[in-house]
Design a protein around this ligand. Structure first.
Ligand code: UD1
Length: 335
């Protein structure tokens, strides 16, 4: 698992282990914290096998694959490793192209050399832009990317499709995440944004804890019922379980290359999220209405039926569960 020490990666390590896999984390810890490994150990009772690897380096990847294949058969690779801050990507596009695109290309090369075909790729619903109709399914067209970050996801999907169409055996699930939120119910792992959080929930929890200024709601003049943007917020544990299901699906295929939407199928506005958070946790979220944020789309939520059928998977947790777990995680961080 490249980027296995990150937010979605760490929750997937837990679910894979519980399902009987032996996940191995490859991470350069440039955007994650080693304390995540302690949290995983607390949940599982064992420390996950971890290798410090910069996935932009073919040499480092080859050495890792060499060492792993000497001991295990690799049933698949899950490629999480990527930067994901939209705003930063507009200021430092090359950082995003080198890391996100470079690591995907080097990884595919290494997989070819070691004859590993099964790949689960971390993509994003950002590839759709503002779709013509919602819920959005996988047949919706890919929109012009709004940011270098968004473009890296499109390019990586394309690179994977091109390699799939070549002679290199490749069997891939492209997982298009909607908005992952929440934390493990044990509060041992969760989102650990380094510095100023850009995404809604980490900012909301830090603002509520008094660590940040009040949350700014980015615009209340959108054409939605309460004027704020609508997204599909999926509990990170449900998302992690989808990765287990995707690996199992790949095991029953040989030359697949398919995209899957991973969301709940339900849209919630920013104000709905704030009010649900207040109700579930019995706290007040300090917030004010501000201007729109550049590049935000009005509304998107998933049609997750394809993943549901193929993976025999569905979301088990509610928005309330995710908001409760997010707040418990924030409090655990401070205790
Ligand atoms: C963002 C990215 C998306 C990326 C995803 C993963 C944009 C336009 N999209 O999704 O490409 O895959 O993160 O990191 O940046 N909001 C506020 N106040 C805040 C923060 C957010 O009102 O302080 C609102 C936003 O306007 C949005 C919603 O909350 O309506 C969710 O925002 P966010 O968590 O940043 O996710 P996305 O923008 O959907």
């Amino acid at each position: 698992m490249t980027g296995g020490a990150g937010y979605i990666g760490s929750h997937t390590v837990v679910e894979l282990s519980l399902a009987g896999f032996h996940p191995i984390i490859l991470d350069d810890f440039s955007n994650s914290n080693r304390s995540v490994l302690d949290g995983i150990e607390r949940i599982l009772g064992t420390r996950p096998e971890t290798m410090e690897v910069d996935c932009r380096s073919h040499k480092a990847l080859s050495a890792a694959f060499q060492s792993i294949t000497a001991r295990h058969a690799i049933s698949g690779v899950i490629h999480f490793a990527a930067y994901k801050a939209v705003g930063e990507s507009t200021k430092h596009p090359l950082k995003y192209y080198t890391n996100n695109v470079g690591s995907t290309s080097e990884l595919l090369q290494t997989m070819g050399e070691f004859e590993v075909a099964n790949l689960v790729f971390s993509s994003s619903c950002t590839v759709y832009g503002q779709p013509d109709s919602i819920p959005v399914d996988e047949k919706a067209p890919i929109a012009m990317a709004e940011s270098p970050y968004g473009y890296t996801k499109q390019v990586c999907e394309r690179i994977i499709r091109d390699v799939h169409a070549s002679n290199q055996p490749l069997n891939t699930a492209l997982l298009r995440y909607f908005n992952p939120i929440g934390a493990h119910p044990s509060s041992h792992i969760g989102e650990l944004p380094l510095g100023h959080p850009n995404n809604l929930i980490p900012f909301l929890t830090q603002a509520t804890a008094g660590l940040r200024d009040p949350l700014t709601v980015f615009g209340d003049d959108y054409p939605t019922e309460d004027g704020t943007c609508i997204r599909d917020y999926i509990h990170v544990v449900d998302l992690a379980k989808a990765h287990v299901a995707a690996l199992n699906w790949l095991a029953s295929r040989s030359e697949a290359c398919e995209a899957f939407n991973l969301g709940t199928g339900q849209g919630n506005s920013v104000l709905e999220v704030i009010h649900s958070f207040e109700r579930v946790n019995g706290v007040e979220v300090p917030h004010r209405i501000g201007p729109r944020r550049d590049g935000d789309i009005t509304a998107i939520f998933a049609d997750p039926a394809k993943a549901g059928t193929a993976f025999d998977w569905s979301c088990e947790k509610s928005l309330d569960d995710a908001l409760r777990d997010a707040w418990n995680w924030q409090r655990a961080l401070q205790s």
